[in-house]
Design a binder for this molecule. Sequence first.
Ligand code: CAA
Length: 260
Amino acid sequence: MTYSNILVEYHEQIATVTINRPKALNALNTVTLQELSQVVHDLANNSSIRVVILTGSGEKAFVAGADIAEMNTKTPMEARSFSQLGQRLMNLIESLPQPVIAAINGFALGGGLELAMACDIRLAGENARFGQPEVNLGIPAGFGGTQRLPRLVGSGRASEILLTADLFDAQEAFRMGLVNRVYPKEDLQEQAMAMAKRIASKAPIAVQLTKSAIYKGANMDLISGQDYEAEVFALTFHTEDRKNGFRAFLEKTQTEFLGK
Ligand code: CAA
């Protein structure tokens, strides 16, 4: 399938999804949000894909936010629908069975940072710049930023970022735990692919259930989260991969995980 604002490339068991509106610094307009939602939906049903990388095209931006030119003419009702379209996309990414790595190759502002926060792992190029500058425009963040940012970096730091609209660099994002790793910008995509391959080589059902336990658990109390963990732990004992993984360890050999 071809999209107007998205590129999807497949490399063995890894899909790379690139937001491709470089002239608008990959800003998220309605079409881009819809196309991304379709891609994520398709990937959820594609069992040959084990890991997804999400990135932006061009040298400058991951995503510089929701599309300000498009939002400019929206009525309040249309703005609510637009916000909910973005929120649904972020939730879809979070609930995608496969892990998603954000390769943040430049500006990740507003909706761009919100998109990165919906991913499981965030890797940044050293040129990346982050922020939630919505209050400069007279609006709050609208794609989940007021909710995910405090959960990721704590309410004090999140409040400062959301209320001052100050931008910050990749090292600062790393220090606050918002990104996992920072790489020279020319190494970012290669490093993202290397990490994707490492994850893709693990037992896919165990990987997917681990992702699920992390995200379901984040919205549960500790005891309920542990109950869910025990259920998914038990589930893996039905799988060939679990049997082969244990056998390989005990016999000091290797196994290739098949996802069954
Ligand atoms: N929406 C639409 N177009 C955008 C855009 C956005 N979020 N960000 C950049 N662009 C466009 C610019 O309008 C410009 O287009 P033209 O060449 O046609 O004029 C092009 O991308 C290049 O941008 P600049 O010339 O501004 O590039 P720069 O290097 O001087 O500045 C920047 C880069 C600091 C990222 C600046 O573009 C900027 O501040 N962008 C807006 C960032 C922002 O406010 N994001 C939040 C949006 S609101 C939001 O996301 C709400 C939400 O939570 C859902």
